[in-house]
Design a protein around this ligand. Structure first.
Ligand code: CP
Ligand code: NVA
Length: 291
Protein backbone atom coordinates (compact mmCIF):
# COMPACT_ATOMS: atom_id res chain seq x y z
CA UNK A 1 0.00 0.00 0.00
CA UNK A 2 1.51 3.36 -0.95
CA UNK A 3 1.31 6.25 1.51
CA UNK A 4 -1.15 8.85 0.27
CA UNK A 5 -1.69 12.48 1.28
CA UNK A 6 -5.44 12.99 1.21
CA UNK A 7 -6.28 14.92 4.40
CA UNK A 8 -2.88 15.33 6.07
CA UNK A 9 -3.82 12.86 8.82
CA UNK A 10 -1.60 10.31 7.07
CA UNK A 11 1.41 12.12 8.60
CA UNK A 12 2.51 11.73 12.21
CA UNK A 13 3.39 14.95 14.07
CA UNK A 14 7.08 13.93 13.87
CA UNK A 15 6.84 13.36 10.11
CA UNK A 16 5.14 16.73 9.67
CA UNK A 17 7.90 18.47 11.63
CA UNK A 18 10.59 16.66 9.60
CA UNK A 19 8.83 17.55 6.35
CA UNK A 20 8.77 21.24 7.28
CA UNK A 21 12.49 21.04 8.16
CA UNK A 22 13.13 19.64 4.69
CA UNK A 23 11.01 22.37 3.11
CA UNK A 24 13.20 25.00 4.80
CA UNK A 25 16.33 23.26 3.47
CA UNK A 26 14.90 22.92 -0.05
CA UNK A 27 13.89 26.58 -0.06
CA UNK A 28 17.50 27.52 0.76
CA UNK A 29 18.88 25.18 -1.93
CA UNK A 30 16.13 24.47 -4.49
CA UNK A 31 18.23 22.27 -6.78
CA UNK A 32 20.00 20.30 -4.04
CA UNK A 33 17.86 17.13 -4.26
CA UNK A 34 16.87 15.12 -7.35
CA UNK A 35 14.78 12.22 -5.97
CA UNK A 36 12.48 12.25 -9.02
CA UNK A 37 15.24 11.86 -11.62
CA UNK A 38 13.87 9.76 -14.49
CA UNK A 39 10.36 9.65 -13.00
CA UNK A 40 7.08 11.34 -13.90
CA UNK A 41 4.26 12.69 -11.72
CA UNK A 42 0.71 13.02 -13.08
CA UNK A 43 -1.21 16.16 -12.05
CA UNK A 44 -4.93 15.91 -12.84
CA UNK A 45 -6.93 19.14 -12.76
CA UNK A 46 -10.74 18.95 -12.78
CA UNK A 47 -10.90 22.57 -11.53
CA UNK A 48 -8.92 25.73 -12.34
CA UNK A 49 -5.63 26.46 -10.57
CA UNK A 50 -2.81 28.96 -10.69
CA UNK A 51 -0.64 28.35 -7.61
CA UNK A 52 -1.12 24.61 -7.24
CA UNK A 53 -0.41 23.89 -10.88
CA UNK A 54 2.65 26.13 -11.14
CA UNK A 55 4.15 25.18 -7.78
CA UNK A 56 3.79 21.44 -8.43
CA UNK A 57 4.96 21.66 -12.03
CA UNK A 58 8.05 23.75 -11.26
CA UNK A 59 8.74 21.84 -8.03
CA UNK A 60 8.70 18.45 -9.75
CA UNK A 61 11.05 19.81 -12.39
CA UNK A 62 13.41 21.07 -9.67
CA UNK A 63 13.37 17.58 -8.09
CA UNK A 64 14.56 16.13 -11.41
CA UNK A 65 11.17 14.70 -12.40
CA UNK A 66 8.76 15.21 -15.28
CA UNK A 67 5.39 16.79 -14.42
CA UNK A 68 2.53 15.55 -16.55
CA UNK A 69 -0.29 18.10 -16.32
CA UNK A 70 -3.57 16.43 -17.31
CA UNK A 71 -6.74 18.45 -17.69
CA UNK A 72 -9.67 16.23 -16.82
CA UNK A 73 -11.60 17.34 -19.91
CA UNK A 74 -8.81 15.88 -22.03
CA UNK A 75 -8.87 12.53 -20.21
CA UNK A 76 -11.26 9.64 -20.72
CA UNK A 77 -12.41 10.44 -17.15
CA UNK A 78 -14.59 13.11 -18.76
CA UNK A 79 -16.23 10.42 -20.93
CA UNK A 80 -17.07 8.13 -18.03
CA UNK A 81 -13.87 6.12 -17.45
CA UNK A 82 -13.78 5.36 -13.72
CA UNK A 83 -11.33 6.79 -11.20
CA UNK A 84 -10.44 3.14 -10.48
CA UNK A 85 -9.35 2.41 -14.07
CA UNK A 86 -7.61 5.78 -14.31
CA UNK A 87 -5.63 4.93 -11.16
CA UNK A 88 -4.72 1.45 -12.44
CA UNK A 89 -3.38 2.82 -15.72
CA UNK A 90 -1.56 5.88 -14.36
CA UNK A 91 0.12 3.73 -11.69
CA UNK A 92 1.87 1.82 -14.52
CA UNK A 93 3.52 5.00 -15.77
CA UNK A 94 4.09 7.55 -13.02
CA UNK A 95 5.66 7.71 -9.56
CA UNK A 96 2.77 9.67 -7.99
CA UNK A 97 -0.61 11.14 -8.87
CA UNK A 98 -1.88 14.56 -7.78
CA UNK A 99 -5.52 15.40 -8.31
CA UNK A 100 -7.74 18.47 -7.89
CA UNK A 101 -11.39 17.49 -7.95
CA UNK A 102 -14.69 18.20 -6.17
CA UNK A 103 -15.88 15.07 -4.40
CA UNK A 104 -13.68 13.55 -1.71
CA UNK A 105 -15.22 10.18 -2.67
CA UNK A 106 -13.64 10.45 -6.12
CA UNK A 107 -10.24 11.09 -4.54
CA UNK A 108 -10.79 8.13 -2.20
CA UNK A 109 -11.62 5.81 -5.11
CA UNK A 110 -8.53 6.91 -7.01
CA UNK A 111 -6.33 6.39 -3.93
CA UNK A 112 -7.86 2.98 -3.16
CA UNK A 113 -6.81 1.63 -6.54
CA UNK A 114 -3.53 3.46 -7.15
CA UNK A 115 -0.32 1.59 -6.43
CA UNK A 116 1.59 4.89 -6.24
CA UNK A 117 1.06 7.76 -3.76
CA UNK A 118 -1.95 10.01 -4.42
CA UNK A 119 -1.82 13.66 -3.35
CA UNK A 120 -4.91 15.79 -2.74
CA UNK A 121 -4.37 19.03 -4.67
CA UNK A 122 -7.77 20.32 -3.36
CA UNK A 123 -11.18 18.75 -2.94
CA UNK A 124 -14.40 20.27 -1.60
CA UNK A 125 -13.44 18.83 1.79
CA UNK A 126 -9.70 19.38 2.13
CA UNK A 127 -6.71 21.38 0.91
CA UNK A 128 -3.81 19.85 2.87
CA UNK A 129 -1.02 21.04 0.51
CA UNK A 130 -2.12 24.60 1.25
CA UNK A 131 -1.89 23.98 4.99
CA UNK A 132 1.70 22.70 4.62
CA UNK A 133 2.72 25.98 2.97
CA UNK A 134 0.82 27.94 5.63
CA UNK A 135 2.69 26.17 8.44
CA UNK A 136 5.99 26.75 6.65
CA UNK A 137 5.16 30.47 6.41
CA UNK A 138 4.32 30.66 10.12
CA UNK A 139 7.54 28.86 11.02
CA UNK A 140 9.58 31.18 8.82
CA UNK A 141 7.97 34.25 10.38
CA UNK A 142 8.01 33.28 14.05
CA UNK A 143 10.85 30.72 14.16
CA UNK A 144 8.55 28.14 15.77
CA UNK A 145 5.06 26.64 15.50
CA UNK A 146 4.29 25.24 18.92
CA UNK A 147 2.18 27.66 20.93
CA UNK A 148 1.20 29.94 18.04
CA UNK A 149 -2.43 30.90 17.51
CA UNK A 150 -3.98 31.28 14.05
CA UNK A 151 -7.46 32.77 13.57
CA UNK A 152 -9.19 31.74 10.34
CA UNK A 153 -12.03 34.17 9.58
CA UNK A 154 -14.68 33.21 7.00
CA UNK A 155 -16.32 30.19 5.42
CA UNK A 156 -15.73 26.92 7.31
CA UNK A 157 -14.49 25.25 4.13
CA UNK A 158 -11.74 22.96 2.79
CA UNK A 159 -8.95 25.41 3.68
CA UNK A 160 -10.29 25.93 7.22
CA UNK A 161 -10.58 22.17 7.75
CA UNK A 162 -7.03 21.42 6.57
CA UNK A 163 -5.64 24.24 8.72
CA UNK A 164 -7.49 22.87 11.73
CA UNK A 165 -6.22 19.32 11.16
CA UNK A 166 -2.59 20.09 10.32
CA UNK A 167 -2.35 23.05 12.68
CA UNK A 168 -3.32 20.86 15.64
CA UNK A 169 -0.72 18.32 14.57
CA UNK A 170 1.96 21.05 14.57
CA UNK A 171 0.97 22.53 17.94
CA UNK A 172 -0.73 25.61 16.46
CA UNK A 173 -4.02 26.59 18.09
CA UNK A 174 -6.44 27.19 15.21
CA UNK A 175 -9.53 29.31 15.90
CA UNK A 176 -12.20 29.26 13.17
CA UNK A 177 -14.72 32.09 13.02
CA UNK A 178 -17.70 31.74 10.69
CA UNK A 179 -21.27 33.04 10.47
CA UNK A 180 -24.24 30.77 11.27
CA UNK A 181 -24.72 28.21 8.53
CA UNK A 182 -21.10 28.34 7.39
CA UNK A 183 -19.39 26.87 10.46
CA UNK A 184 -16.72 24.18 10.33
CA UNK A 185 -17.76 20.98 12.10
CA UNK A 186 -15.80 20.41 15.35
CA UNK A 187 -12.22 19.31 14.64
CA UNK A 188 -10.08 18.02 17.51
CA UNK A 189 -7.69 20.72 18.67
CA UNK A 190 -9.48 23.61 16.90
CA UNK A 191 -11.73 26.18 18.57
CA UNK A 192 -14.89 27.60 16.92
CA UNK A 193 -15.71 31.23 17.81
CA UNK A 194 -18.60 32.99 16.04
CA UNK A 195 -17.54 36.60 16.63
CA UNK A 196 -14.53 37.49 14.41
CA UNK A 197 -13.40 40.33 16.73
CA UNK A 198 -13.24 37.87 19.62
CA UNK A 199 -11.65 35.15 17.48
CA UNK A 200 -8.57 37.19 16.50
CA UNK A 201 -7.62 38.29 20.04
CA UNK A 202 -4.10 37.02 20.74
CA UNK A 203 -3.73 35.54 17.25
CA UNK A 204 -0.28 35.50 15.64
CA UNK A 205 -1.87 35.08 12.20
CA UNK A 206 -5.25 36.09 10.80
CA UNK A 207 -6.25 34.03 7.78
CA UNK A 208 -8.74 34.67 4.96
CA UNK A 209 -10.06 32.53 2.11
CA UNK A 210 -12.60 33.30 -0.61
CA UNK A 211 -16.25 33.55 0.33
CA UNK A 212 -17.31 31.62 -2.77
CA UNK A 213 -15.28 28.44 -3.28
CA UNK A 214 -15.12 26.55 -6.56
CA UNK A 215 -18.43 24.69 -6.80
CA UNK A 216 -20.33 27.17 -4.56
CA UNK A 217 -21.14 29.64 -7.34
CA UNK A 218 -24.92 28.98 -7.20
CA UNK A 219 -25.07 30.45 -3.67
CA UNK A 220 -22.61 33.30 -4.29
CA UNK A 221 -24.94 36.17 -3.39
CA UNK A 222 -26.18 34.73 -0.10
CA UNK A 223 -22.61 33.83 0.85
CA UNK A 224 -21.41 37.40 0.23
CA UNK A 225 -24.23 38.72 2.41
CA UNK A 226 -23.63 36.28 5.29
CA UNK A 227 -19.83 36.61 5.21
CA UNK A 228 -19.63 40.42 4.88
CA UNK A 229 -18.86 40.93 8.62
CA UNK A 230 -15.96 38.45 8.27
CA UNK A 231 -13.67 40.65 6.14
CA UNK A 232 -10.03 40.97 7.22
CA UNK A 233 -9.03 44.64 7.31
CA UNK A 234 -6.60 46.76 9.31
CA UNK A 235 -9.13 47.27 12.12
CA UNK A 236 -9.56 43.52 12.61
CA UNK A 237 -5.81 42.91 12.38
CA UNK A 238 -5.25 45.60 15.03
CA UNK A 239 -7.17 43.42 17.49
CA UNK A 240 -4.75 40.49 17.02
CA UNK A 241 -1.28 40.15 18.62
CA UNK A 242 1.01 43.17 18.02
CA UNK A 243 3.25 41.24 15.60
CA UNK A 244 0.36 39.44 13.88
CA UNK A 245 0.57 38.66 10.17
CA UNK A 246 -2.20 38.31 7.58
CA UNK A 247 -2.43 35.17 5.47
CA UNK A 248 -4.62 34.27 2.48
CA UNK A 249 -4.43 31.10 0.39
CA UNK A 250 -5.43 33.10 -2.73
CA UNK A 251 -7.01 33.86 -5.18
CA UNK A 252 -8.05 37.07 -3.36
CA UNK A 253 -10.99 39.39 -3.98
CA UNK A 254 -9.80 42.70 -2.52
CA UNK A 255 -12.72 44.48 -0.88
CA UNK A 256 -14.54 41.21 -0.17
CA UNK A 257 -12.83 38.79 2.24
CA UNK A 258 -9.72 40.98 2.60
CA UNK A 259 -9.07 44.71 2.19
CA UNK A 260 -6.54 45.84 -0.42
CA UNK A 261 -4.63 47.61 2.40
CA UNK A 262 -4.02 44.30 4.16
CA UNK A 263 -3.46 42.26 0.98
CA UNK A 264 -0.65 44.53 -0.22
CA UNK A 265 0.33 46.00 3.15
CA UNK A 266 3.29 45.56 5.51
CA UNK A 267 1.66 42.96 7.76
CA UNK A 268 0.88 40.37 5.09
CA UNK A 269 3.01 37.28 4.34
CA UNK A 270 0.64 36.23 1.56
CA UNK A 271 3.07 36.28 -1.36
CA UNK A 272 5.68 34.33 0.65
CA UNK A 273 2.88 31.90 1.46
CA UNK A 274 2.17 31.45 -2.27
CA UNK A 275 5.87 30.78 -2.93
CA UNK A 276 6.04 28.34 -0.03
CA UNK A 277 3.59 26.05 -1.81
CA UNK A 278 6.50 24.88 -3.99
CA UNK A 279 8.99 24.29 -1.20
CA UNK A 280 6.51 22.47 1.05
CA UNK A 281 5.21 20.26 -1.78
CA UNK A 282 8.74 19.33 -2.84
CA UNK A 283 9.39 18.09 0.70
CA UNK A 284 6.07 16.21 0.57
CA UNK A 285 6.94 14.51 -2.74
CA UNK A 286 10.38 13.60 -1.43
CA UNK A 287 8.70 12.06 1.64
CA UNK A 288 6.10 10.14 -0.40
CA UNK A 289 8.07 9.08 -3.46
CA UNK A 290 11.64 8.77 -2.45
CA UNK A 291 14.64 10.37 -0.88
N1 CP B 1 -4.32 28.45 -3.16
C1 CP B 1 -4.51 27.68 -4.25
O1 CP B 1 -4.68 26.47 -4.19
O2 CP B 1 -4.49 28.39 -5.42
P1 CP B 1 -4.89 27.82 -6.86
O3 CP B 1 -6.37 27.56 -6.85
O4 CP B 1 -4.51 28.92 -7.81
O5 CP B 1 -4.12 26.57 -7.12
N1 NVA C 1 -11.77 27.40 -0.71
C1 NVA C 1 -11.25 27.72 -2.02
C2 NVA C 1 -9.77 27.57 -2.04
C3 NVA C 1 -9.10 28.00 -3.31
C4 NVA C 1 -7.63 27.74 -3.32
C5 NVA C 1 -11.91 26.82 -3.06
O1 NVA C 1 -12.12 25.63 -2.78
O2 NVA C 1 -12.22 27.31 -4.15
Amino acid sequence: MPTHFLTGEELSPAQLAALLDRAVALKAAPLSARPLEGRSVALIFEKPSTRTRVSFEVGIDELGGHPLVLRADELQLSRGESPRDTALVLSRHVAAIGIRTGPDAMLAELAEHASVPVVNMLTAGHHPCQALADLLTLRETFGRLDGLRLAYVGDGNNVARSLAILGAMAGVEVVVSSPPGYELEPVAGARLVGDPEEAVVGAHAVYADVWVSMGDEATAEERRRALAPYRIDDALLDRAAPDAIALHCLPAHPGEEISAEVLYGPRQRIWDQAENRRHAQKALLEHLVGG
